[in-house]
Write a protein that binds this ligand. Structure first.
Ligand code: ARG
Length: 377
């Protein structure tokens, strides 16, 4: 803010969007005014976040490169949307944010800003002020700008859906992440008792835990707490960034990993094999778009139409055990396309030898025709 006022002679209005991050919003507001903001907005977007992008991520089993539940990626377009609302209301000429030139978030923020407010100028001070970390700290000291204690060993981006941990100590992919980087989860060896949960879904979304009905924000907050305390919810993987290089990424996401795992299990119970296989492709396409910051690519909404339509049948209850890992104990659904009568080896429907052989013959015909041609020797 100080730099914006100096450099552009700007009047600065600040916006903090609450997507469930562990921040002291009073303190942020106070610091905003102390640094010279003329007005500050704190916008509670937890419900919008949970019932919008997060709900879609559950229905799409969204795990980028099979691991990352997209917390940060899902929140950026929504944050941009809230900022644009304020900018329009206040008649601003420009919007500024703190992205550097190496991350994915610059793409996500700018794409959304360009989609929603093409006339708004985008200023990214950290890309142009030419100061390194030490010089930034010195700048703040010089002008009496208080910096909170978060600028410690790790750079954290957290919200309801995930907590991302970055820092010099996590940059080397061959070195184990120090235990004190984690906050939402305990290591499995610290867990003494298993946790049993029953999660109920309706049309693709969780509606109750252990029989107790709750909203999305409530369910996610609860699961982050109890599942993390039972040693499940960490991700450590190598991620292909939008910007063209690999990075080692570390996350905590107990609720996200649990809900996606049980949702996918329920889908397997309900869908036909064709639906299940096709949806995996759709889910991955959606996930890649969101990770890549193409929130306003028209294909996203078109995919969502199909994802929602298919989730119409994803209702039921899944029982899981969390004990330093997650095990599914059982599942049921009114739409289970599962028949005990069909699977039973002893009673119920039983194909005759002739039927079974006839089926096998035709089932393998294409493959064996080709096989024989290629192994004629
Ligand atoms: N790699 C993750 C992503 O691209 C997490 C990014 C965290 N962002 C941050 N500014 N610390 O979504």
């Amino acid at each position: 803010m100080h730099w914006l006022r100096e450099r552009f002679n700007a009047e600065v209005i600040t916006v903090t969007v609450d997507v469930g991050q562990d921040d002291d919003f009073r303190d942020i507001e106070e610091r905003a005014y102390r640094a010279g903001a003329t007005k500050h907005y704190t916008i509670d977007a937890k419900r919008d976040f949970a019932e919008g992008p997060v709900a879609m991520a559950i229905m799409a089993n969204a795990l980028y490169e099979d691991r990352y539940p997209l917390g940060t990626a899902l929140a950026r377009p929504l944050i941009a949307e809230k900022v644009v609302e304020v900018a329009k209301k206040e008649g601003c000429d420009a919007v500024a944010h703190g992205s550097t030139s190496k991350g994915n978030d610059q793409v996500r923020f700018n794409e959304a800003l360009m989609a929603l407010a093409p006339d708004l100028m985008i200023i990214e001070p950290a890309k142009i002020w030419g100061m390194n970390r030490a010089e930034e700290v010195e700048y703040a000291r010089k002008y009496g700008i208080p910096i909170p204690n978060i600028h410690g060993r790790f750079s954290i981006d957290d919200n309801l859906w995930s907590r991302s941990i970055e820092g010099r100590e996590t940059d080397d992919p061959g070195v184990e992440v120090p235990e004190d980087a984690f906050k939402w989860t305990v290591p499995p060896e610290k867990v003494s008792e298993p946790l049993i949960l029953e999660v109920e879904f309706r049309e693709g979304l969780p509606v109750a835990v252990n029989g107790e009905r709750m909203g999305m924000v409530g369910i996610i907050s609860l699961l982050n707490k109890v599942v993390g305390a039972h040693g499940f919810g960490r991700v450590d993987h190598i991620e292909n960034r939008v910007i063209g290089f690999k990075s080692r990424e570390v996350y905590e996401a107990p609720a996200a990993l649990t809900l996606i795992e049980v949702h996918r299990d329920l889908e397997k119970l309900v869908y036909t094999p064709l639906e299940y296989r096709f949806k995996k492709i759709v889910d991955q396409a959606w996930t890649d778009l969101v990770y890549g910051g193409l929130w306003h690519e028209p294909l996203r909404e078109e995919l969502e139409g199909l994802i929602k339509a298919m989730n119409k049948w994803v209702s039921g209850v899944v029982k899981v055990k969390v004990f330093g890992g997650l095990t599914i104990l059982g599942r049921e659904s009114p739409y289970a396309s599962y028949s005990k009568d069909l699977v039973d080896y002893v009673s119920g429907w039983y194909p005759s030898e002739e039927e079974a052989r006839g089926f096998i013959k035709m089932h393998v015909l294409h493959s064996l025709t080709a096989y024989r041609v290629r192994h004629r020797a």
